[in-house]
Unconditional design. Structure first.
Length: 95
C-alpha cells in the first residue's frame, strides 16, 4: 500500500467535498452543533472560539485556508457544484 504525504495537517474529519473527487475539506473544531451555540447558556455569555475551513487537494497534497480563523465564526455544509465551492458561513454575535 502506498501513502501520499500531505502538507502538515491537524485535521480530524477530512471528507471528500460532495460533487467532485479532487478536494477534501475539514471544518476544524466543528464538533459543536450550531443549535448548541444558540441554546446553551455558556455560549451566550462567552465568545465561540471559531472554527476553520481547510481544503485539501488530493492531487497536489497541499492544503489551503480561504478564510482566516476568527472568533464567533462557524463553517459547515461544503459542496461543489457547477465549478464552484459553496458553504455555509455564520458569524455569531455574543448578544
Amino acid at each position: 500500500m502506498k501513502f501520499d504525504k500531505f502538507s502538515p495537517v491537524t485535521s480530524n474529519d477530512l471528507m471528500v467535498v460532495q460533487g467532485q473527487s479532487r478536494y477534501g475539506v475539514d471544518c476544524q473544531d466543528s464538533a459543536i452543533d450550531i443549535y448548541d451555540l444558540t441554546s446553551e447558556k455558556y455560549w451566550q455569555k462567552y465568545p465561540f472560539p471559531g472554527n476553520q475551513l481547510i481544503f485539501f487537494d488530493f492531487q497536489t497534497s497541499q492544503k489551503f485556508e480561504p478564510i482566516p480563523s476568527k472568533e464567533n465564526q462557524f463553517f459547515f455544509s461544503v459542496i461543489f457544484q457547477s465549478g464552484y465551492f459553496y458553504f455555509s458561513h455564520a458569524l455569531l454575535d455574543k448578544d
